[in-house]
Design a protein around this ligand. Structure first.
Ligand code: ZN
Length: 412
């Protein structure tokens, strides 16, 4: 049988992908999977070893005779800097190339202080964390911010929480201190990526994550990848209008957006309008525990409106799982059950046949994981590795890490 021509063209980047995913971990396996000749496999493997992207394990199991050397992804070959910015709390970490957290610090920063205050604080924190990890080469940066983000440019648009961030192009600011590829996405997208990767990868390819907190947003994983849309505005579920919303003006300028009638902010506002003294979510939790009928009615109403919009999203996207996260979803089981009930009643039979509607499994840590996965997916992609291979050999221009970063930066 003739070898497939596509297989014969497997690049170093593709060989790297096979090793990283564990699909092929010896030279013989790589040859079998790709159809490359032995010298061609050897050439690519040597390149990857030289660049520090893989390591060779010569201690394989002793089975008599010399075992084939096993190749492995070199997760220790560098680090990525990640930060998941929330309205009031920001999680900052340094992760290895497998996304494992090596150092972490949570900061209480009011993002409304603006990028001029928050970004230098972030950069200083990363530097402090790096100081405890000597020799760690920074390969990339991944950030989640509470705003819609034009992904390719890393530019924030219509910031959900903070007006001072609107129109800010973040990557060049970060790159002044850390000249590596910088990826910025909205906070809900990175949480969706993190939740999918840590709790559902290999099990579910189509997932809708809905964050119900001070604001409402969603992240869509479709075919295993985040769906960003043409510019990065996909998933803005909070600005889909509901029926019978009562004519509430949303801060986006439209009327009866889901965000303006069912978010944590809306629940607090509605309870105050009914004479309840509530300043924050714990007050609402206390009223629910006390069995306050008015509070239960407000939460049921929010659940109905959420359910209505999530049902439409389910019809459009046919996810396998809808994950409900954010502190409002975490605090109120009746809200989650209410959404579930409406979705099963209103979505099509086929879309709900195997549909699971679950609460977030990861909770607040999902943002950090998601930021790491987002940046690693890019800098370790077959294309990025191939671009690095096309760059001058690292021996002449500093470390392999620097060459990889320059190449990646050029490619994106
Ligand atoms: Zn709106």
């Amino acid at each position: 049988m003739p070898r497939r021509s596509a297989a014969a063209l497997a690049t170093s980047g593709e060989v790297f992908r096979l090793i990283r995913t564990g699909e092929a971990v010896t030279r013989a396996e790589i040859g079998r999977v790709t159809g490359l000749s032995r010298p061609a496999v050897a050439l690519r493997v040597t390149e990857l070893l030289d660049r520090g992207l893989i390591v060779e394990d010569t201690e394989g199991p002793s089975t008599g005779g010399r075992p084939p050397a096993r190749l492995a992804f070199n997760a220790a070959g560098g680090v990525v800097l990640v930060a998941s910015l929330g309205a009031s709390r920001t999680q900052i970490a340094v992760c290895d190339l497998a996304g494992r957290v090596h150092a972490r610090e949570d900061l209480v920063i009011d993002v409304e202080e603006g990028p001029g205050v928050v970004l230098p604080l972030l950069l200083d924190t990363w530097e402090r964390l790096l100081a405890a990890l000597p020799g760690a080469g920074v390969r990339g940066v991944g950030m989640g911010v509470p705003a819609t983000v034009e992904f390719a440019a890393g530019r924030t648009e219509s910031a959900r929480v903070m007006a001072s961030w609107t129109g800010v192009v973040i990557p060049p600011i970060i790159a002044q201190r850390f000249p590596v590829p910088v990826f910025v996405d909205n906070d809900v997208n990175v949480i969706a990526i993190g939740e999918h990767h840590a709790a559902y990868a290999g099990e579910v390819d189509d997932l809708l994550f809905v964050k119900i907190a001070t604001r409402i947003g969603s992240g869509v994983i479709s075919g295993g990848r985040i769906l960003r849309g043409a510019l990065g505005a996909a998933g803005e579920i909070g600005h889909i209008p509901v029926r019978d919303g009562g004519g509430v003006l949303c801060r986006c300028g439209n009327v009866d957006c889901l965000d303006s009638v069912a978010s944590g902010t809306a629940i607090l506002r509605d309870l105050r309008a009914r004479g309840r003294e509530v300043s924050a979510l714990p007050d609402v939790v206390a009223l629910v525990r006390a069995g306050d009928a008015e509070t239960m009615a407000v939460i049921r109403d929010a659940a109905r409106k959420l359910g209505e919009v999530v049902a439409s999203a389910v019809n459009l996207l046919n996810p396998a799982v809808v994950v409900l996260g954010g502190d409002v979803a975490e605090a109120f089981q009746p809200l989650v059950s209410g959404v579930r009930e409406v979705v099963y009643r209103r979505s099509t039979a086929l879309a709900t046949r195997n549909l699971r509607i679950e609460r977030s499994r990861l909770g607040p840590g999902a943002g950090i994981t998601g930021c790491a996965v987002m940046v690693l997916e890019h800098i370790l992609s077959a294309e990025a590795v191939d671009a690095a291979m096309a760059a001058p050999f690292p021996g002449e221009q500093g470390s392999g890490a620097a060459v990889l970063d320059q190449a990646v930066q050029g490619a994106f």
